[in-house]
Write a new protein. Structure first.
Length: 422
């Protein structure tokens, strides 16, 4: 097959090294063309995300993998001895299976996460635009997309949230039938809040307000999601605007008290509010839960859901692995068929050439006054002899040399009914 997958991910390399080996979107096209120009590389695609950098190549020599590794180190100006310990290499069927698992979210930091499939599709589109894909990678990626779709359809691997941020947003989505009409106040500006903002945006949230201790950081995050920014000290005056609050700060004491929430409810004329506190220690005073029209959930409430969902995803992952194993075999069978297709095409080409040659000789007989019957007999006799000559000679040689396996293969190929029945 001569397919390789060389790379590193969150399991093999720390984040600072993953950052050093990442490919920026605006350089991938040139990088791919530069890689394909090397002696042993015929096709190439690069998948680069925050959690992984992987290079998929069709190679023409066993040294192709070493060539790709050398190129990767050179491109990022990293010495080979620094790079090699973090890398993994998959060949042929293992490379196919690996890409299938990646696209289905089975190799992700969060089991079954769906974003990776979009990133795999983007990697393929970029490689296609750079004209560095051929028959092998085109078929591999198309097959990958089909496998990922089947896994999503036939298993429940993507149905249950398994991160705190996603679980919080999923709860909001279930409570509010139309998030496009809701306003969310995000308290904090760390990784969890950023992830929650991303999920909310994907769900079509109407408005985002980010509150943080420093206004600059709040503004940076808000700008990514077309939101507005405030400081924690300004939060009380904006709390009434929020239909939901998701809070995750590093504060050692609560940042939202019962009094502030009571005043916000009064301003809202007791229109209900959803409050999700995913901070440890808690950001919202526990007494807030005693207020009417307030629905307060803590990280512990979400963790119970997450553990149940994680168990469900693990069961679904087992089903997905079965699908992937079966489809890996299917892809391998397609690759093996390529040699047969080439052989058939060559044999048909030879037969067609022979037919045309004998046909021209038969037509000349007609033009020279021979009867149609004579020309047809000549055509049938000569064509039969020419088509059977080479196979017959090879079978005679095989018999003389005692090549029993070749004789049996010839018998099967020729579908010789007389010998088959004996």
């Amino acid at each position: 097959m001569n397919l390789i997958a060389l790379g590193l991910n969150h399991q093999t390399a720390p984040v600072d090294f993953r950052e050093r080996t990442a490919f920026a979107p605006d350089v991938i096209g040139d990088a791919l063309r530069n890689l394909q120009a090397r002696d042993y590389i015929s096709e190439a695609a690069i998948l680069s995300t925050c959690n992984r950098t992987e290079i998929y190549c069709a190679v023409t020599h066993d040294d192709g993998a070493a060539d790709v590794e050398k190129w990767m180190g050179s491109f990022h100006d990293i010495e080979q001895k620094q790079l090699s310990p973090y890398l993994y290499l998959h060949r042929d069927n293992e490379a196919v299976q690996h890409l299938f698992r990646v696209a289905c979210g089975l190799d992700s930091m969060v089991l079954g996460e769906p974003q990776i499939l979009g990133q795999v599709k983007m990697a393929y589109q970029t490689a296609t635009a750079a004209t560095t894909t051929g028959k092998l990678l085109r078929r591999l990626f198309q097959h990958t997309f089909a496998v990922a779709k089947q896994v999503r359809t036939d298993t429940s691997i993507g149905n249950s949230p398994v991160s705190v941020a996603f679980a919080a947003v999923d709860m909001a989505r279930r409570i509010f039938s139309d998030l496009s009409r809701q306003t969310v106040l995000l308290v904090g500006a760390g990784e969890t809040i950023e992830l929650a903002a991303r999920h909310l945006q994907q769900q079509g949230i109407g408005r985002i307000i980010v509150a943080n201790r420093t206004l600059e950081r709040a503004q940076q995050l808000a700008n990514h999601f077309n939101g507005s920014a405030i400081t924690l000290t300004d939060m009380s005056s904006h709390l009434a605007e929020a239909d939901m609050v998701i809070s995750s700060t590093a504060s050692p004491i609560p940042v939202l008290g019962k009094g502030a929430v009571e005043r916000a409810l009064k301003a809202r004329r007791h229109q209900p509010m959803l409050m999700i506190d995913i901070a440890v220690p808690r950001d919202i005073e526990p007494e807030v839960a005693d207020l009417n029209d307030i629905y307060l959930y803590t990280v512990d409430d979400l963790k119970e859901v997450i553990q149940e969902n994680l168990a469900s995803r693990r069961e679904a992952a087992e089903q997905a692995e079965e699908i992937i194993s079966r489809e890996t075999d299917s892809f391998a069978a397609w690759v093996r068929s390529l040699d047969a297709i080439t052989l058939i095409q060559d044999y048909r080409g030879q037969a067609t050439s022979t037919r045309d040659e004998v046909l021209q000789r038969a037509l000349r007989l007609l033009n020279n006054g021979k009867s149609a019957e004579e020309a047809l007999r000549f055509l049938a006799h000569t064509l039969t002899n020419k088509l059977l000559h080479t196979p017959s000679e090879q079978i005679r040689k095989a018999g003389a040399n005692g090549e029993t396996e070749l004789l049996q293969a010839a018998n099967a190929l020729l579908h010789n009914k007389k010998n088959s029945s004996q």
